[in-house]
Design a protein around this ligand. Structure first.
Ligand code: KG4
Ligand code: ZN
Length: 329
C-alpha cells in the first residue's frame, strides 16, 4: 500500500511487485485551491485529513484486498509541504503499526521518475528529466536506487512558470494543460528568451521568460494593442521546451545512458513529449521512456513503484519517521 500527500492530491494505491497497479485512488483538491490561484498549504492539510481514510478504503475495495494481503506500506516523506506530508506519513505509520508491516520511506521525486516503470522496467544507467510544479531537475541514475542531481532550476520550476503566465491570461490554476492546448493553435511570433540555453551547465532558469511574457502582455494592454493569446502560449511553450530539450541533449552527451526518462506533471505536455521524442530518435543508443500521461501528476502508484526497489533492499524506516519538506536525494 502506497501513500502520497506531498501537495494537493491525496492518494492511496495498491501495487503488486512494483509493476502492477491494482488500484490508484487520487482525491484532487484543485477546486479548493483554484480561487486562490495556487496551493494554500493549510487548506491542503485539512483536505488530506478529510480524504485519507476514504482513499484507503476505496483503494482496498478497488483492489479487492484486505490488510492481511499487504506486505509493506510506502509513503512520500518529502520534499513537499510539511503539513500535507505529515498526514500521509501519519496514516502510513498507523497502518504499518496496526498490521505489523514494514514502512518504506520514499522521496517524491524518485516516485515521479518511477511512474515510467509502468511502461517498462528502467534500464541503467538512466537519466531523468523531472519537470513539475515544484521541480525542474536532471537526475542521473547510474544504478537502481542511486540518484545524482546534475542540473536544476535556479529560480522558478517549469510548471510554476506555466501557472504564473496562465494566471496573466486569466486561466485557472493549474494552467499548464490549458496553455499546452492553446500552444497547439498558435505561432511562435514573440521569440521569448531561452535563458542559459547555451551555458555550459545543466541548469535552468524560467523567471526571466516569465517576466518577458508578463511585460509583453502588460505593455500591449497599456497601448491598447490586442495580442493573440494562442500565439503568446505557443511562444512561451517553444521557449520552455527548447531549453528543456537542449539542456537534456547536452547532459546526454556527457552522461551516455540506456534510457532517458521524462517525468513529473509537466511531462504530460504535448509539445515537450513530441520535441523530446524527435530529438531522441536521432540517438540510437538511448531510449525515451515517458511516464504515462495519467501518471505524470502526483499519485501513489508511482510511490509504490519507487518503494519496490527499497523493499527489495530491505530499506525500511522506523515508526519515528518524520516528514522532511526539503528532502534531497
Ligand atoms: O507533478 P505535479 O502534479 O505536482 C508537483 O509535484 O508539482 O505537477 C503539477 C504541475 C502544474 O504546475 C501544472 O500546471 C503542470 O504540472 N502541468 C502542465 C501540464 N499538465 C500539468 N504543464 C504544462 N503542460 C501540461 N500539459
Ligand atoms: Zn509532484
Amino acid at each position: 500500500m502506497a501513500f502520497e500527500s506531498s501537495c494537493d492530491e491525496t492518494s492511496v494505491a495498491i501495487i503488486e511487485d512494483g509493476a502492477k497497479i491494482c488500484s490508484n485512488v487520487v482525491a484532487t483538491q484543485i477546486k479548493s485551491h483554484k480561487r486562490f490561484g495556487g496551493v494554500v498549504p493549510e487548506v491542503a492539510s485539512r483536505h488530506h485529513i478529510e480524504e485519507i481514510t476514504i482513499c484507503i478504503r476505496d483503494a482496498m475495495q478497488e483492489a479487492h484486498v484486505t490488510y492481511d494481503d499487504l506486505s509493506a506500506v510506502a509513503v512520500t516523506y518529502g520534499p513537499g509541504l510539511v503539513g500535507a506530508l505529515l498526514i500521509g506519513v501519519t496514516a502510513a505509520k498507523m497502518v504499518a503499526w496496526a498490521h505489523h508491516l514494514p514502512l518504506i520511506p520514499v522521496n517524491h521525486l524518485a516516485g515521479h521518475i518511477y511512474a515510467a516503470r509502468f511502461v517498462e522496467p528502467i534500464a541503467f544507467p538512466a537519466l531523468a528529466l523531472v519537470v513539475s510544479g515544484g521541480h525542474t531537475e536532471l537526475v542521473y541514475m547510474p544504478e537502481a536506487g542511486t540518484f545524482e542531481i546534475i542540473g536544476e532550476t535556479r529560480d522558478d520550476a517549469a510548471g510554476e512558470a506555466y501557472d504564473k503566465v496562465g494566471r496573466v491570461l486569466g486561466i485557472n490554476y493549474p494552467a499548464g494543460p490549458t496553455v499546452d492546448a492553446m500552444a497547439a493553435k498558435g505561432h511562435d511570433t514573440f521569440h521569448f528568451p531561452r535563458a542559459m540555453d547555451k551555458d555550459p551547465n545543466y541548469d535552468f532558469s524560467f523567471s526571466g521568460l516569465k517576466s518577458a511574457f508578463i511585460n509583453t502582455y502588460h505593455h500591449a494592454e497599456q497601448v491598447g494593442a490586442k495580442l493573440n493569446h494562442d500565439d503568446l502560449a505557443t511562444s512561451f511553450q517553444s521557449a520552455v521546451v527548447d531549453v528543456l530539450v537542449d539542456k537534456t541533449l547536452r547532459a546526454l552527451k556527457h552522461y551516455p545512458v540506456k534510457q532517458l526518462i521524462l517525468a513529473g506533471g509537466v511531462a504530460a505536455n504535448n509539445g515537450l513529449r513530441k520535441q523530446l521524442q524527435s530529438a531522441i530518435d536521432q540517438l540510437p543508443a538511448t531510449e525515451l521512456l515517458m511516464a504515462p500521461r495519467k501518471l505524470c501528476g502526483d499519485n501513489a502508484a508511482m510511490i509504490g513503484a519507487a518503494a519496490y526497489v527499497l523493499f527489495k533492499e530491505g530499506h525500511f524506516a522506523g515508526l519515528d519517521l518524520n516528514a522532511d519538506p526539503s528532502l534531497e536525494f
